[in-house]
Design a protein around this ligand. Structure first.
Ligand code: ADP
Length: 246
């Protein structure tokens, strides 16, 4: 394999809640330009891993770097779409404004968005098929539509690395296809995309890289090499092939 530039490096990372470790001694080197799924059972630490990489949670040991530097120095290179359930959708703001907020990181707090930012927000709404809803209050959109808006907000950030926590949760088939096509086009542009994913059936079709996680890292690498029964069984603690064929 040719030398791959590492976008995200995780070194000996251990995270605990109330002294109970939920991630144990994780080492990961995620190459630039992959579309990677993180898979593992509920409570495996998938969301926690993303939050620790983004500095939202402090680890008790280990470190993380983004293109060789601490996250704090690389903030502008990173976009994050959190889990849908973790967002308060009741605030009174339009879909357009939520997307426009994605440009604030680049602008800094003093400057106000101008024509260029507004144009970028409209283009992102168009990309996710939500232009017709731009003036709709965010609370008056369906779950899948809200998810598209959050994706548009990440797109205007024009980041190098995208983290998405279960972007397909509760969306219909059309939205799922729209989202995966956008993620694939980000990969085509050379961006690195990391997705917490639950549907094991779609992993080979959607992703080229995968990390198996269950408190410990079970395996990480190209889907074609490591997405197999052995790793599925080690991660889910059941004989996966038997379980899905039932
Ligand atoms: P996953 O995303 O794989 O479902 P999480 O990262 O959300 O797993 O959670 C990993 C473990 O940490 C779970 O056992 C969960 O109950 C626990 N956990 C998550 N967040 C907190 C928290 N804020 N306080 C205490 N325990 C938590």
């Amino acid at each position: 394999m040719k030398d791959l530039k590492i976008a995200i490096n995780v070194d000996d990372l251990t995270v605990a809640y109330n002294y109970k470790p939920v991630l144990w001694d994780i080492d990961l080197a995620i190459p630039e330009g992959v579309l990677m799924a993180i898979v593992g059972p509920n409570g495996a630490g998938k969301s926690t891993l993303i939050k620790a990489i983004l500095g939202i949670i402090d680890p008790i040991a280990g470190s993380v770097s983004i293109f060789g530097k601490p996250y704090e120095k690389q903030r502008k290179l990173v976009a994050y779409v959190p889990q849908k359930g973790s967002v308060d959708w009741d605030f009174p703001t339009t879909a357009f404004d939520v997307v426009l907020m994605g440009t604030y990181g680049k602008l800094g707090w003093i400057k106000r968005p101008k024509q260029a930012e507004k144009k970028a927000a409209l283009e992102a709404l168009e990309k996710v098929g939500m232009l017709a809803f731009k003036n709709r209050q965010i609370s008056q959109l369906s779950g899948g539509q809200q998810q598209r808006i959050f994706l548009a907000r990440a797109l205007v950030q024009d980041a190098s690395i995208y983290f998405m926590d279960e972007p397909f949760q509760g969306v219909d088939a059309t939205t799922e296809i729209a989202i995966i096509n956008i993620l694939k086009s980000l990969r085509k542009e050379g961006k690195t995309v990391v997705v917490v994913h639950h549907d094991l059936q779609t992993v080979p079709e959607y992703f080229d890289w995968v990390t198996f996680l269950n408190v410990k890292k079970i395996a990480t690498g190209p889907v074609k090499d490591i997405f197999n029964d052995d790793n599925l069984t080690k991660t889910y603690g059941i004989n996966y092939k038997v379980a899905v064929n039932k």
